[in-house]
Design a protein around this ligand. Structure first.
Ligand code: C2O
Ligand code: CU
Ligand code: CU
Length: 614
């Protein structure tokens, strides 16, 4: 772990110098903490409880938030640097990372640690299956095969992700490649010109009797707020050098989308500073894109270069949240400033950067290879109303079903490229997230971003919000998004506990119940895997081999789905059975010839057979 003594010492001088004289900046009174960077190859981490003051200098005047509140956090074992959130984990591309993660949470609480954005083996992914029981140590290890990017890590405990993220279980993870020539042209001095900015909305439960916030509230109706935290403080300011500065912005909120812009105007800005977008969560863009403002949905990350040399020493530039329409969000948004950057000429990055490179990642292209399989997923459900009137308690569903830890919803053949179409049938926006892969949007129809215009986009004309490799993309109410992704490396057994998740990243939706899982398998295993599932019974289809039609004998429950897969797990066709299967004859003339797997699912029962079509 590294700390920056130079910077800490010079910051003391700043306080003495400016004191209360910087009038506007006075409104932003809490210095934004920079989580310590932690480097490998061994990462010894304790998940523990903390006591955190979200407002040490009294930014909030309506109630007293200047009190220590009970939190959860990640720390390097033996350190107490963090009392909320976690250190920034830095892993170099190509390196092996070994973790020893101790669950020292109070109240016998269990948890998981998910590496959001990384392509790693399923059993290391830290999803709902990899529970770390209280008192236990989890030891995942993986080799970093991903490109440089800003990823993050957070709890993913089944049904409890919202609670635990709100308490503090999230942190940033940087994949780096120090040897890449482009890196010397980008700000890379962590804490000097390269800053993690973790934005989170949070409610606090106000005790009206003592006028103090006594607990962090995870519910629909935050007692006072929502307030917006940056790296765990409200009303935060950050001093930046008068040079090019890199901001790695993560929306680590439970529910809220942020449409951010930079301006010297406090609140409701109209004159925006140029933000040079250089990377998405999945890595570098081919060229920087200049934006005034951009939507960053829950779970998403974006990297920007900002030219602070355009300002004078002591100037304040605010990061504001601009209007977001209600269908795209929870609660209204009003142009409020979230934090302040104060330009300060006494910060000296070891490697200062003064220009934005014209090109960053010229080899960026659409993922190669033919589309092996296409899927379509419908987001549906209502999101019930809570007694107080706020929506969003769920259940929210995918294809009308919720998450079942024992069900494999999709089987993907390793090292293939797929196309997924996400159809939002609801009145709310859902930031769609998928584990393991970085996808590329190839089509989008409907409202997008923070606007109300309905648009049609293809890969060639994507708006800045959708370009690049992504693992989260907001699909607005009634909009449709199609992406392609390669599911490379790390095949596993055909078992539900080898599942990678895909879900809405609004945490209350993920918890209730808009999540499914897929397994990535090797082709040789598909049929064996299908029949080795515990609840499988033998389907009796005849004739076998068949040519034009297939019929069935045996004892089946009424109503179900008959599906045909090829031996690599590729879905070929499905037939709805609205009666007894033995009364049906399936026409298979349109199915190509070869070996296939027939699967009949009815209620809790599942029947499988291999069949040859000639
Ligand atoms: Cu950020 Cu399934 O997670
Ligand atoms: Cu994830
Ligand atoms: Cu959602």
């Amino acid at each position: 772990m590294k700390t920056n003594l130079t910077r800490a010492a010079s910051l003391l001088a700043f306080s003495a110098l400016f004191g209360s004289s910087a009038l506007q900046a006075q409104q932003f009174v809490n210095e934004i903490p920079i989580p310590p960077a932690m480097t490998g190859p061994n990462y010894l981490i304790s998940i523990e409880s903390g006591s955190h003051n979200f407002d040490p200098n009294g930014f909030i005047t309506t109630f007293n938030l200047n009190v220590p509140l009970a939190t959860y956090c990640y720390n390097e074992q033996g350190s107490s640097a963090m009392s909320y959130l976690g250190p920034t984990l830095v892993i170099n591309e190509g390196d092996s990372a070994h973790f020893e993660i101790e669950n020292n949470l109070p109240n016998l609480d269990s948890t998981t640690v998910h590496w959001h954005g990384l392509n790693i083996p399923a059993e290391m992914d830290g999803g709902p299956h990899q529970v770390i029981e209280n008192g236990d140590t989890w030891q995942p290890k993986f080799r970093m095969i991903d490109l440089p990017q800003t990823a993050w890590y957070h709890t993913h405990l089944m049904g409890r992700t919202t609670d635990q993220v709100i308490l503090g279980l999230a942190g940033m993870l940087l994949v780096k490649d120090p040897t890449a020539p482009i890196e010397s042209q980008l700000p890379n001095d962590y804490g000097f010109n390269d800053f993690p900015i973790i934005i989170q909305e949070k409610g606090f439960l106000l005790d009206t009797f003592t006028n103090t916030a006594t607990a962090i509230k995870a519910g629909e109706h935050p007692g006072n707020g929502p307030q917006t935290l940056v790296n765990g403080v409200v009303g935060g300011y950050l001093r930046v050098p008068p040079e090019m500065v890199r901001l790695r912005i993560l929306n680590g909120s439970p529910r809220k989308q942020f449409n951010i812009g930079l301006s010297t105007q406090l609140n409701d800005p109209t004159n925006f500073a140029q933000m040079h977008m250089i990377a998405t969560g999945g890595g570098y863009l081919p060229n920087p894109i200049i934006v005034d403002s951009t939507m960053i949905s829950v779970g998403d990350r974006r990297e920007f270069m900002i030219d602070f040399s355009l300002y004078a020493n002591g100037d304040t530039v605010y990061l504001s949240n601009l209007d977001v329409p209600l269908g795209a969000n929870y609660g209204t948004t009003d142009g409020e400033a979230l934090m302040a950057f104060i330009v300060w000429d006494s910060i000296f990055p070891p490697n200062p950067i003064v220009t934005v490179p014209a090109s960053i990642n010229p080899s960026y292209a659409l993922a190669p290879g033919p589309i092996f399989q296409s899927r379509e997923k419908h987001l549906n459900g209502q999101g019930g109303m809570t007694p107080g009137g706020g929506g969003g308690q769920g259940p929210w569903l995918i294809d009308s079903t919720g998450m079942d830890m024992m069900v494999i919803n999709d089987t993907v053949l390793v090292n293939t490229k797929e196309s997924w179409k996400i159809v939002n049938n609801t009145n709310k926006s859902h930031p769609f997230h998928i584990h393991k892969v970085q996808f590329q949007v190839t089509e989008y129809h409907g409202k997008y971003g923070a606007g109300n215009d309905s648009m049609d986009f293809t890969f060639a004309n994507l708006p800045p919000e959708m370009v690049g490799f992504k693992d989260v993309q907001m699909v607005r109410e009634h909009a449709t998004m199609t992406f392609v992704a390669r599911f490379d490396s790390f095949p596993s057994l055909f078992q539900p506990n080898m599942g990678y998740m895909y879900h809405c990243h609004i945490l209350t939706h993920e918890d209730m119940d808009m999540m499914h899982q897929f397994v990535v398998i090797d082709s040789l295993d598909f049929y064996t895997a299908m029949i080795s599932m515990p609840e499988t019974e033998k389907l009796i289809a005849y004739p076998n081999p068949a040519t034009n039609s297939v019929a069935f004998t045996g004892d089946y429950q009424d109503q179900g789905m008959l599906r045909i897969y090829d031996l690599t797990g590729r879905f070929i066709r499905e037939y709805e059975i609205n009666g007894n299967l033995t009364d049906y004859t399936i026409n298979v003339q349109e199915v190509p010839r070869g070996m296939f797997v027939l699967e009949y699912t009815s209620g809790q029962k599942r029947y499988v057979q291999k069949i040859s079509l000639q």
